[in-house]
Design a protein around this ligand. Structure first.
Ligand code: S3P
Length: 170
């Protein structure tokens, strides 16, 4: 069924929560554009996120992220996947609140770790104890993610399709 959306659906949450995978599937089903803010940042800079962090630092990346988010949210309504840190900035929360429905993809630590450990692309996890860093980030961020309009509890056994079905229903 073709849906008409007036606002963006903006997925927020930790790295590894499935924002990109589930968002892509939701957009396909809702017949709306899908945009991944990390991907947009990389394309605009012609650099990977890891390269931006290494060359210009996190503060520079965060400013880029805000600019890119504002541009995406200015476009036609769709499903937007944000980087894990985007919801931590009040300015981004205000931008998202003005134009979209925010959805926190809440996921348990073991599932997150299982997904992100395979890939060494997340600069914030380049520490001596990446699992501990992930746990600390999660503890610090979850109360802020919880202020999103909707909380979606990912189930460890869910396929991407099943999660998209439950999320669209919600
Ligand atoms: C970050 C998450 C990453 C990316 C950057 C910082 C974070 O995005 O934006 O590495 O602060 O949690 P994903 O959540 O898509 O992995």
């Amino acid at each position: 069924m073709k849906q008409r959306m007036r606002r963006h659906i903006v997925l927020v949450g930790m790295m590894g929560a499935g924002k990109t995978a589930i968002g892509t599937e939701m957009a396909r089903r809702l017949h709306v554009p899908f945009t991944d803010s990390d991907h947009e940042i990389e394309t605009a800079a012609a650099m990977t996120i890891a390269e931006i962090f290494a060359r210009d630092g996190e503060a520079f990346f965060r400013d880029r992220e805000t600019r890119v988010l504002a541009r995406i949210l200015d476009g036609p309504p769709g499903v937007v996947s944000t980087g894990g840190g985007a919801w931590m900035r009040a300015e981004n929360r205000a931008l998202i609140g003005a134009r979209g429905l925010s959805v926190w993809l809440n996921c348990d630590l073991d599932t997150l770790w299982h997904r992100v450990r395979q890939r060494s692309t997340r600069p914030l996890l380049k520490t001596a104890d990446p699992r501990g860093t992930l746990a600390a980030l999660m503890a610090q961020r979850n109360p802020v993610y919880a202020t999103a309009d909707l909380t979606f509890d990912a189930r460890p056994g869910d396929t991407i399709e099943a999660a998209a079905t439950r999320l669209i229903a919600a």
